[in-house]
Design a protein around this ligand. Sequence first.
Ligand SMILES: [Zn+2]
Length: 263
Amino acid sequence: MQGGEIQQLWESLKKTAYRPLIDNGNCHPSFSVHSKYNGYPYLRNKDDWPCCSCCGKVMPLVFQLNLSEIPVVWKENALVQYFECITRNAAGSTCEPGYPKNNSSMLRKVEIDTPTVQVPVDFNYWLGVQDSFSKIILKRISQEHSIVGWQPFDDYPSLVDFNEKMDYLNTTIGEEALDFLWENLEVLEEMEHKQCSPEDKLLGYPCWSQAEGYPRERDGEMELFFQINGLVTSNKSAIAFRDGERGMFFQNRDSGDMVFTTW
Ligand SMILES: [Zn+2]
């Protein structure tokens, strides 16, 4: 297989992804329907802010995406909200927000039917903050970062997907080409500036570090909807995923299934 042919295959896999543009001006949180990191979520009623099913404490908002403001054709008058518990137990570890237990985190889709309800907020009281680490987290979650726009860029599959010979590659480029690239991964490594973005993005391909972690417990194919890099966003998001993991929000648009996983 020649260089030009490989380039062509690589281009055929290109997807448009979108980088969130952050408003660095006003970080004061407000109950609203806008896309954001941290801060206050849109609430349908005064009991709508979810609590951890493990420790019972209120879970901070990690991100909220307004599906009528994102650059896709299938807009919806709805929001996706992800909450995660930050409480640490006596042993020093957190509640278990991670996939697949999901009992101290919540990913949900809510319709925007009514104006948002506002509730009194006292994170200090809600979360029982004591140590200095928790106080840093507390400061972060009270600083809201609005997503004011989305910047398109070209995104390409993770080389891990080639290494694992994912089905979609077989379907798109064929078995023969996939076999060739699987044996010659270095030719793809040389595609400068045409790699899978590890940063925060809407759509595009999930960026794996070592092994793929596509969610499989549901029927049908799950596609990446939003990737949040705990390290890259650490100055914006209160959540830094353990061990440098990324947060991946997948969905199946046919079934409406949604999964949030860290990997
Ligand atoms: Zn908890």
